[in-house]
Structure formats: C-alpha cells, structure tokens
Design a protein around this ligand. Sequence first.
Ligand SMILES: NC(=O)c1ccc[n+]([C@@H]2O[C@H](COP(=O)([O-])OP(=O)(O)OC[C@H]3O[C@@H](n4cnc5c(N)ncnc54)[C@H](OP(=O)(O)O)[C@@H]3O)[C@@H](O)[C@H]2O)c1
Length: 276
Amino acid sequence: MSPAIPSFQMNNGLGIPALGLGTWRSAEGREAEGAVRHALEAGYRLFDSASFYANERSVGRAIRESLVPRSEVFVTTKVWNTDHGYDAALQAFDNSAGRLGLEYVDLYLIHWPVERLRLDTWRALETLNAEGRCRSIGVSNYVVHHLEELLDHSNVVPAVNQIELHPYNYLSRKDTLDLCRDESIVVEAYSPLTKGRRLRDPRLRRIAEAYGKTPAQVLLRWGIQHEFVVIPKSSHPDRIRENADIFDFSLSTEHMEELDSFDEALATAWDPTDRP
Ligand SMILES: NC(=O)c1ccc[n+]([C@@H]2O[C@H](COP(=O)([O-])OP(=O)(O)OC[C@H]3O[C@@H](n4cnc5c(N)ncnc54)[C@H](OP(=O)(O)O)[C@@H]3O)[C@@H](O)[C@H]2O)c1
C-alpha cells in the first residue's frame, strides 16, 4: 500500500490534496466513471473536471456512488469561456452542480481569462463562495497581468491558479509562479506529464532509472517537491495507480535542479501569455 496523499494548505486555510486525477478527454460514461472509481480505490481524493470536458455527470456519479464520504473528496469544476459575466457564471455554476449532483464543489475556477467580462465573472464566484456553494474559488491560465488585474479589483484572493506546468516550461513561468508564491496562491500543474510528449526524453529516463521509478512518476514528484498540486490524467487503472505511487521517494537537489533546466517554453495547450 502506497503512503497516503498529503495535502497543501490554501490561503483560505482549507486543505487541497497534492495529487488529483485530471479528466479532460475522459469521455462521459464508462471511461470517466471508471477512471474516477479506480482513482478513488488508489487513494486519489481530488478530481479535476470542467463544464467544457462534458463529463461532470460521470465524475459526479462515481463520487456519489463510492463509499468514500463526500467530505473527504475534493471536487473541482470550471466556468467555461462562453459563460462569463455575473449572471451567466451563476447560472453556469448551477448547471455544473446539477450535472455533478453535488450541493457544493470544493473549488470553482475561471477556466480561461476571457477579456472584458472576467472581473464580473469573478464577482459571481465571490458570491458563490460567500454562500458556501464553492468552498474555494480560483482561476486557471492566469499569468502575471491577469492576476494583477484581479488582485487590484477583488475582495477574495484566488486560492488556486491552475496552469500548464512541467520541467519543460518551468523557467518560462517563473514570474507567474513568483507572484503566486507572494500571494500564497496554490499553483496547480496541469498537463504535468506534458500530455505524454516528453516521457521518452533520455535525460528524464536516466533520472527515473536512478530511483527505480518511471518518467511519469519523476515528473509528478518534481511537481510535488515544488509544492505544486499535480493532476495527471489517465483512464487506465495501472497508470492511475502508477501516477499516485510517488510518495515513497524524493528527488535529490541535484536532480531537481537538472529537471528545472529542461525548460524549452513547451506549451501543449494554448499559451495564455499573450492574451490581453
Ligand atoms: N485548466 C486548463 O485549461 C487545463 C488544460 C489542460 C488540462 N487540464 C487538466 O489537467 C489534466 C491533466 O492534463 P492533460 O490531460 O492535458 O495531460 P497529462 O496529464 O500531462 O497527460 C495525459 C496523457 O498522458 C497519458 N498518461 C497518463 N499517465 C501515464 C503514464 N504513467 N505513463 C504514460 N502515459 C501516461 C494519458 O493517457 P491514458 O489516459 O491513455 O493513460 C494521456 O494521454 C487534464 O485532464 C485536465 O483535468 C486543465
């Protein structure tokens, strides 16, 4: 049995599991439901969904039907780009909560920093937070100028910023990471496995061999040691277990520094840096 998954503390005093299951491209139905069920069995307690992923019904059903108490599970979903604005975001939340079949979500995120309306959207999230319908609120794909605008115009500092993050873009994201650290915003690393694109990197494989671990496990462990929440996606039970088996070893300072140096500004998704 692997050691339990630890938690990090958010700036509102609540905990967030250090590792969770990503669900983008886990299709609604048997795939997404099975992935969540296997992950719960493997000890995962954080599940990352979004209205855009079109799988909230399956994610919610697997959680509701499990024997794990709701209070021990951390559910994230996100407001999509077409639902920005105060009223639209409130409605989008109701729709997501309805599809999940949950009275509250643990974390509600603005999925992308859509121009013009994002501050109105944030006010809706503040309302939902005050009503207790989202225990924590945060953002995704926010870089420095998006965060500074939000910090200048909001009452609640986001608890989380979910961004693409792995050794292959770490140094390029340093200004955003520094601001998050200064504001005690937890950074959640999406695509922490580079969507699989760098798992054959010989430098990464050499480090993995030194610990008897897989390249995927080294990428995830690197994130944890930087105190980033990591949310790898898989719908295969063996990989779901493999990705959680990262709490019985530590990367040395030298290997952490070597991994930090892999930066090549890799963006496997749309890069938010140039978005106004
Ligand atoms: N906020 C945003 O804008 C945003 C954007 C992208 C992603 N995300 C979130 O972050 C999550 C993770 O990111 P991601 O899905 O883009 O990519 P990822 O987790 O980096 O990689 C997922 C890919 O790696 C494969 N994989 C998983 N474990 C593996 C292992 N141990 N060995 C080899 N291959 C493995 C998966 O295939 P199998 O499923 O076949 O195992 C899948 O093809 C998403 O699912 C989503 O929840 C958020």
